[in-house]
Design a protein around this ligand. Structure first.
Ligand code: DX5
Ligand code: ZN
Length: 222
């Protein structure tokens, strides 16, 4: 699998979600940020909107749950049509059970880490996961500045995945743009969420292609 781009609809027009999904048809995934106003100080959408969106686009949905009580709610997002479901480890009491439930229902299981959460305590969990999401901003809002302090964690996560011989994707979310994507790809990331960089661009599809090409070039030269 090469470098993948997942535009985040957080920066899109929520009254025109089907059109906004169509505007990024060159993307590999559509990233859907679910926020509950408790885990993060912002509120977006829930499973009914995910179910409608899944019917309105051919892009696979990558649901990023920024919600408390992730164990309880995560499996419902697979039922709503998500092909990948990410729970925050900070909001999860039984990550092994939750990851297994997500997989059993037929989606990819993913664990997200906020900027201050280390990967090392979760090394033994990697075999239960299809992806690790490393946040490069504090979750909650689009358009924030990329945190370079997260780069060493990307590198350490890639080393742990390689050490165990696993095929776990490493996703970066927050402040990804033409200015920052190369650093992430060099550090070992292979799946990139971009909200404002894509949706604020004049031609969102062209930006998707540009970001993917930059990531591919950076990864092959590192
Ligand atoms: C933030 C969300 C991101 C957000 C990224 O908490 O998880 O997916 O949409 O937006 P940008 O790319 O603008 O930083
Ligand atoms: Zn996100």
């Amino acid at each position: 699998m090469g470098m993948q781009i997942a535009p985040s609809i957080l920066t899109a027009d929520f009254a025109r979600l089907a059109d906004e999904a169509a505007a990024v048809s060159n993307a590999d995934w559509l990233h859907v940020d679910v926020m509950d106003n408790h885990f993060v100080p912002n509120l977006t959408l829930g499973a009914p909107v995910v179910a409608s969106l899944a019917k309105a686009t051919d892009l696979p949905l990558d649901c990023h749950l920024m919600i408390e009580d992730a164990d309880r709610w995560a499996p419902g997002y697979v039922e709503a049509g998500a092909r990948s479901v990410t729970f925050h480890i900070e909001a999860c009491k039984a990550p092994v059970r939750t990851a297994r439930e997500i997989r059993a229902k037929g989606a990819r299981a993913s664990m997200a880490l906020k900027p201050a959460t280390p990967i090392e305590p979760y090394e033994d969990l990697l075999g239960e996961l299809d992806m690790v999401l490393i946040m490069t901003v504090e979750p909650g809002f689009g358009g924030q500045k990329f945190l370079d302090l997260c780069l060493p964690k990307i590198r350490r996560t890639r080393e742990l995945v390689a050490k165990h011989g696993l095929d776990v994707w490493i996703q970066i979310d927050g402040g990804v743009s033409a200015e920052t994507i190369e650093r992430c790809a060099e550090a070992g990331a292979d799946m990139f969420v971009a909200g404002s960089a894509v949706y604020d661009a004049n031609d969102p599809n062209a930006m998707v292609d540009k970001l993917r090409a930059m990531a591919e070039a950076a990864a092959s030269s590192s």
